[in-house]
Design a protein around this ligand. Structure first.
Ligand code: FAD
Ligand code: UDP
Length: 393
């Protein structure tokens, strides 16, 4: 069956932002023909979204996606395909019957301690509380958290949330996870510190469709790279020497020969309310252990500029439940313990030696990448690996 196939110049496995960026670059810069395959029934990978007819909310199917970057190359690149709204991400957290602003800032600190500390007073207080680990260089999330914000705030806002999210002892998790969450001694509660942020004006899917709107790019959906009954499978492409960019899980590519990399996945429970606005914000975190989910997303609130087109009597909320991924689950977050990192390095060595295949993206390189990181990595991988591979043919 595969004999009759006329192969394209490049096959991209995975229609997420890594695969789409590489495909777009290959066509624009070398004029090649690209086939993108994805096992799902849509493009966009985890950044895919769809419109909910009942409420007018744009639902991010794989969890809330907020675009932010300080990388000029990435910002210029994405703006070729979409404009962005003026949305600024802000998150609130419910703890012990009260709602607090996140990330932890002077508002959180003063509400928590029922005080009116100035920035300097709050800093002195937190430095004192964090002092139990003074002089150490914390390498794990537990110690890093305590050294950043002191034990009382750590136990209120980080410990149980992290426990629910990672189901791994925070003492086993890399400190880098918590570096994502800043602490501020003023009332600034912008979640991200990046130069640019916003949501794609016409939605994520319209943005990503524009990236591959070219007759030289073709996408085949519901197609698994490892299914040998379809022509763009691993074995057939290797035999024909067709260049491949692979953005699926790296351990899956090698048949899990060295063992399984550990991932976390997320289950979503949809709840609909006969209300215009249930939380008053797009993301409410639940810091305590008695609420089984980590956070709830109220999608309508991401797009206040679409209010006229939204239903004012109904809203849709997704509660997010986190757990270890088994084989067959969607692998979302690399867990990245030291053992995982060592295992990944062994897979990475195998990947580097694989002829005609470039591995990329969150799954292909086992990295806790945001969208802007993935696009940046794809632009670099195109220049340094994919273009040379295509030119060598
Ligand atoms: P993916 O988007 O995962 O795409 C990989 C594609 O490969 C998938 O479509 C998959 O179906 C396909 N595939 C896998 N195996 C095969 C196979 N065997 N055959 C064919 N196709 C295959 N980033 C942000 O910047 N801001 C956020 O707020 C944010 N929130 C997030 C929230 C959640 C819950 C998650 C999971 C991620 C979030 N991210 C966020 C990260 C963002 O989703 C990623 O950085 C980005 O989507 C990764 O792109 P990718 O192309 O590497 O991978
Ligand atoms: N975190 C926390 N409490 C919160 C929010 C985040 O303890 O209310 C910790 C948690 O360990 C999480 C990390 O900070 O994994 C990063 O959170 P962020 O919301 O940036 O991550 P995301 O889940 O969106 O990737």
């Amino acid at each position: 069956m595969t004999d009759a196939v006329e192969y394209p110049d490049l096959v991209v496995v995975g229609a997420g932002l890594f695969g789409l960026t590489v495909a777009q670059q290959a066509v624009e810069r070398l004029g090649v023909r690209v086939e993108i395959i994805d096992v799902r029934d849509h493009i966009g990978g985890n950044a895919y979204s769809y419109m909910d007819e009942e409420t007018g909310a744009e639902i991010h199917k794989y969890g809330a996606h907020l675009f932010h970057t300080s990388n000029r190359r990435v910002w210029d690149y994405v703006n070729r395909f979409t404009s962005f709204t003026s949305y600024v991400h802000r998150v609130y957290a419910t703890h012990d019957g009260e709602v607090y602003p996140l990330p932890i800032n002077l508002g959180t600190i003063n509400q928590f301690f029922h005080a009116r500390y100035t920035p300097a007073e709050a800093k002195a207080l937190i430095d004192g509380q964090a002092g139990e680990l003074a002089g150490t260089d914390p390498q794990n999330l537990n110690d890093k958290g305590i050294s950043l914000i002191g034990r009382p705030l750590y136990e209120a806002f980080i410990k149980n949330y992290t426990g629910k999210q990672w189901q791994t002892d925070p003492a086993e998790l890399p400190a880098a996870i918590i570096k994502r969450l800043p602490v501020r001694f003023n009332y600034d509660n912008r979640y991200f510190r990046d130069t640019w942020e916003g949501l794609p004006t016409d939605g994520y899917t319209a943005w990503m469709e524009r990236m591959i709107d070219d007759p030289r790019i073709h996408a085949t959906l519901r197609t698994d790279f490892f299914d040998e009954s379809q022509p763009y499978n691993r074995k057939a492409l290797a035999a024909a020497g067709v260049p491949v960019v692979y953005t699926g899980p790296v351990d899956r590519y090698f048949g899990y020969e060295l063992g399984d990399l550990k991932w976390r996945t997320v289950d979503f429970k949809e709840v609909r309310y006969d209300e215009d606005d249930h939380f008053g914000c797009p993301v409410m975190n639940f810091s305590d252990a008695d609420v089984p989910y980590t956070r709830a997303i109220e999608f309508k609130n991401f797009n206040p500029e679409r209010r006229d087109a939204q239903n004012h009597n109904r809203t849709v909320v997704w509660e997010e439940y986190s757990r270890f991924a088994e084989r067959g689950d969607e692998p979302y977050y690399p867990i990245n313990t030291d053992a995982d990192k060592a295992l990944y390095e062994r897979y990475a060595a195998r990947a580097a030696a694989e002829p005609n295949v470039v591995f990329g993206g969150r799954l292909g390189t086992y990295k806790y990448y945001d969208m802007h990181n993935v696009i940046d990595a794809a632009l670099t991988a195109y220049e340094e690996q994919v273009a040379p591979m295509l030119r060598a043919r």
